[in-house]
Design a binder for this molecule. Structure first.
Ligand SMILES: C[S@@+](CC[C@H](N)C(=O)[O-])C[C@H]1O[C@@H](n2cnc3c(N)ncnc32)[C@H](O)[C@@H]1O
Length: 265
């Protein structure tokens, strides 16, 4: 049994290397679509939002939101992924560049740099699985959310942790996955998964109760690391639409590889 998960350290190179593979393209596109839907429904075209993206990584969602006109602060603890974010930002047109700032730091310490309630939307995607306990970071993020704002979390789905191993025929790992909250991720790191009900309880406790949730990667979570995108653009569009549909409907979303939770303050 691997040691309990607790850090992204050493994972940055492998993470960046996989950005254009099928699994990551599906993940970013699905999260982007789900976020756009939540923003449209919740803010109803209220104009430019103040956004904080904690653990922004290579800034895919941060840039997407900046292109849509929002004012985005990206925060990340790893110099390698932050460097990739800076390079991606440098390739954007000036009007997008001026809406983004990228900062180095640990999300647990948000309160050192920002006043409580400074952001309309706080994102934390793909970070909680690298922490031994998600609750302190969620509490820190919740303090940053303005009244009426949203908190968006993407976490590994512990309720369906055996799915990936089972679908790839790794029966030993599948059996172990029923009784544990940790797993060996694709980056070679020991990581940790969360249950939907536990995260929902935490969100209620920090006064940002769950508003909606989605599954991310129902059909493609078990794809190979470097599985390419379908060459036919129409097939890719259908794949993404099928994932989007499954991500919002029971029972499919419950067995997704990742959970996307949106809480509202
Ligand atoms: C798997 S990547 C996800 C990147 C991006 N959010 C995405 O969804 O594509 C995890 C990122 O979280 C960052 N990270 C991990 N723990 C962090 C912490 N406590 N504070 C800030 N960033 C953190 C890592 O450096 C890494 O860039």
């Amino acid at each position: 049994m691997p040691a309990r998960g607790g850090s992204f350290a050493g994972g940055a190179g492998a993470w960046l290397d996989r950005q254009h593979g099928l699994r990551n393209v599906v993940r970013q596109e699905l999260v982007g679509r789900q976020l756009a839907e939540e923003l449209a429904a919740h803010f109803q075209g209220a104009g430019a939002l103040r956004v904080l993206d904690v653990g922004c990584g290579q800034a895919v969602q941060a840039l997407r939101l900046a292109r849509a006109g929002h004012l985005v602060t990206g925060l990340d603890a790893d110099p390698v992924t932050l460097g990739a974010a800076q390079a991606a930002l440098a390739a954007e047109p000036p009007e997008v560049r001026e809406r983004v700032r990228l900062l180095s730091g640990d999300g647990h310490q948000c309160g050192r740099w920002f006043r409580p309630g400074s952001f309309d939307l706080v994102l934390c995607h793909g970070v909680l699985m690298y922490l031994p306990d998600p609750d302190p970071l969620i509490a820190s993020l919740a303090r940053m959310v303005a009244s009426g704002g949203l908190l968006s979390l993407v976490a590994r789905n512990r309720d369906a942790l055996a799915m990936r191993a089972g679908l790839t025929g790794d029966w030993r790992a599948a059996l172990q996955a029923f009784d544990t909250d940790h797993y060996a991720d694709r980056l070679g790191l020991t990581a940790r998964a969360d249950r939907l009900a536990d995260l929902a309880t935490t969100l209620t406790e920090v006064a940002v109760p769950l508003r909606n949730w989605y599954g991310v990667r129902v059909f493609t979570d078990a794809a190979a690391d470097h599985a390419p995108l379908p060459v036919d653009g129409r097939q890719l569009a259908q794949l993404l639409d099928a994932e989007e549909r499954a991500g919002r409907e029971d029972p499919y979303r419950r067995v997704a590889g990742l959970l996307h939770l949106v809480g509202a303050k």
